[in-house]
Design a protein around this ligand. Structure first.
Ligand code: FUL
Length: 652
């Protein structure tokens, strides 16, 4: 299916939180403009083949009137408790020719029996409702996230379960397959299912990507990203990511909708790397998808269409160094015949071979698309592509796996011939399709940061472009100030907007907008001597500081702001390194005027920080403070590490 949509909507949409706590009053759920036809229309126009709806997220609140709980749309003001969002979604999917998928969170922060055997009966009853009453369901999503604490019918406690045994997955899967024989089961927490998580929510899978895993045994993170070359089960990767940083709607992210270059990167790093792409739309409190998200998704679809509009390999000639003996059925021409059921193959045990595409005239190209005939397995381990330039073969790229689909991007080359060489395979390769394109260039918006000194630094992603910016909130254009060196912005709050612009093509990028709170010129760490600690104030998300090895939790950092500020919040960004430890999950935040008497102003959890290690913003009632103390109570690994890419405050 390649590409399908995700919809996140629950009671926490109304509390601006990443995860519901399970104690939210259903009365807050009132999407007065709810329109599943809008959701389905956008998914369809965006080129998606289906939609997966969060029928129940971790809050436990059900978007359908389950007979097994009162914690559902039955008890909300929307449609006087007579509504059913799963039904409306199912009808909308039918109307738009989309498949419907269901996300049912195993972790339920509302249910009193969560953690006990009785909850499993409840969970299966709900599965039965969802998988019998709403027509064909193409995928079921069993999210493995579990933060432990919850409302649990008023108990308000932390409950630990063993994700491997508690849900008795083998019998749960049996039920699912009985009710929906063609369903695909996604599960990152329990027994191996049909699709795997790729280990990140950032929108990419490894370049090497086998669709195989082992049926049993643990799956460490690098296996999630790359699969297992000699695995014994077919468990392809599904890249799930949101069109905004978070999964649920937060108004503050209206300026953070992914830009076209970001979405195109996601495309090439998911669908272009043998995975499917599951792109999320958060629903607003009124029940609609935000206009900006719609524009982004449709712009993305248009750009994909443009990139793959003209297949330059059409009408070219294909010739192979080796073909399966005595049979025309496996000829090289099959890679260009538009028929995915036919393929080029070599003799058994001939696992290396090359295929040359002769365009018969010089053509410019920058994309190469190749597909294996995966009905007979994923075989290719290594390959190269070359272009024939000035009488010589010039190497364009050396790569590893292909699978269902692989797309390579490279700087435009002009040539009349392209050579594709398989340098390693598990068995005779079976190549069903090759396409070649010259995709238009897309300008990437600049990156804006603010250093501790208050200087704003704007970095172009593409060195040939110029940058224009504004500091007053207005929309930047070529008439705005041109950026040449870092701009001193003083110590107050600043809003910076910038575009990249290419003189040759006269095209500008999308706008980058960043709001910065007070500058940190006078901030110091009175009790930390290590100068690297300033990495967390430098505005650079790629640099971090970690507590020394001998720290034990709780671990504190204390910052002297240099003068009294009226604080009403703080922000924390964990170490952005893929392998980083010390991602704080539970915190306390204190303020002081003299660094002796401390007042606790906020405490809680950074929900979902493990899977999505983004900026965490917490707000509280305004309080004057000269010193702040961020206390790490726990991290996502439950050990004694605490790391910080950035720490920031919000002022009134
Ligand atoms: C995660 C959840 O915790 C997030 O809230 C979201 O639903 C994402 C798709 O999966 O594990």
């Amino acid at each position: 299916m390649e590409y399908y949509g995700f919809i996140h909507f629950s009671v926490n949409t109304y509390t601006d939180m990443s995860w519901g706590l399970g104690s939210e009053d259903p009365k807050i759920f009132n999407p007065d403009k709810l329109d599943c036809m809008q959701w389905a229309r956008i998914c369809k126009e965006a080129g998606m083949k289906g939609v997966i709806l969060t029928a129940k997220h971790h809050s436990g609140f059900c978007l359908w009137p389950s007979v097994y709980t009162e914690y559902s749309v039955k008890n909300c003001p929307w449609k006087n408790g007579k509504g059913d969002i799963v039904r409306e979604m199912s009808d909308a999917c039918k109307a738009y020719g989309l498949k419907l998928g269901i996300y049912l969170s195993p972790w339920d922060r509302n249910h009193p029996d969560y953690g006990k055997p009785a909850y499993i009966t409840y969970f299966r009853n709900q599965l039965r409702e969802l998988l019998t009453n709403y027509g064909e369901i193409f995928e079921i999503w069993f999210d493995g996230a579990n933060g432990g604490s919850g409302y649990y019918g008023g108990a308000n406690e932390t409950r630990k379960i063993d994700a491997k045994t508690y849900y008795d997955w083998p019998n749960t899967y049996k039920l699912v397959r009985e009710l929906q024989p063609n369903i695909v089961i996604w599960n990152d927490g329990g027994d191996r299912a049909d699709l795997r998580w790729v280990g990140t929510e950032a929108g990419y899978v490894g370049e090497t990507n086998w669709s195989l895993l082992n049926k049993t045994g643990d799956v460490p993170e690098d296996m999630l990203r790359h699969g297992v070359e000699n695995g014994d089960a077919w468990v392809p990767g599904e890249v799930n990511t949101s069109i905004r940083p978070e999964w649920f709607y937060h108004p503050k992210e209206d300026t953070k909708v992914k830009t076209l270059p970001q979405l195109m990167n996601t495309y090439y790093q998911s669908i272009g790397r043998n995975a499917t792409l599951l792109l999320n739309f958060p629903i607003m409190p009124n029940g609609l998808i935000n206009d900006k998200d719609e524009q982004a998704a449709l712009g993305f679809a248009k750009a994909v269409k443009e990139a793959f509009a003209v297949n330059l390999a059409k009408g070219a000639a294909a010739e192979a160094s080796a073909t399966r003996a005595g049979s025309k059925i496996y000829s090289a021409a099959n890679v260009l015949d538009d028929n995915k059921e036919t393929y080029w193959s070599t003799d058994d045990n001939v696992n290396t071979a090359s295929l040359t595409i002769d365009f018969k005239k010089p053509v410019s190209f920058n994309r190469f698309l190749v597909q294996e005939y995966i009905a007979l397995g994923q075989r290719v381990k290594n390959f190269t592509i070359e272009a024939f330039v000035q009488g010589k073969w010039m190497l364009i790229d050396t790569q590893t796996t292909i699978g269902y689909k692989r797309i390579l991007r490279f700087p435009t080359v002009q040539s009349n011939k392209l050579r594709f060489t398989i340098t390693g395979a598990k068995a005779s390769p079976l190549i069903s399709n090759i396409e070649v394109y010259n995709a238009p260039q897309i300008l990437t918006p600049p990156i804006i940061t603010r250093a501790q000194s208050g200087k704003v630094i704007i970095t172009p992603a593409d060195p040939e472009s110029e940058i224009f910016y504004t500091l007053d909130g207005s929309t930047p254009s070529v008439q705005s100030a041109k950026y040449t060196t870092p701009v001193m912005t003083g110590s107050g709050k600043t809003e910076v907007k910038a575009i990249a612009y290419n003189q040759l093509t006269k095209k500008s990028s999308a706008i980058t907008a960043e709001k910065f709170d007070i500058a940190k010129q006078s901030w110091t760490f009175p009790s930390i001597a290590d100068s690297n600690v300033y990495n967390m104030l430098d505005g650079q998300e790629s640099t971090a500081w970690h507590q020394p090895g001998n720290v034990t939790m709780p671990a504190d950092i204390v910052i002297d702001l240099g003068k009294t500020e009226n604080l009403n919040g703080f922000r924390y960004l964990p170490d952005q390194n893929w392998w980083a430890n010390g991602i704080i999950s539970h915190y306390e935040f204190f303020v002081s005027m003299n660094s002796n008497d401390w007042q606790l102003v906020d405490s809680g959890e950074f929900s979902n920080i493990k899977n999505n290690p983004l900026w965490q913003t917490k707000t509280f009632k305004t309080v004057p403070a000269r010193f702040i103390r961020l206390r790490a109570l726990r991290n996502t690994q439950n050990d004694d590490a605490a790391g910080y890419a950035e720490v920031d405050v919000l002022t009134e």
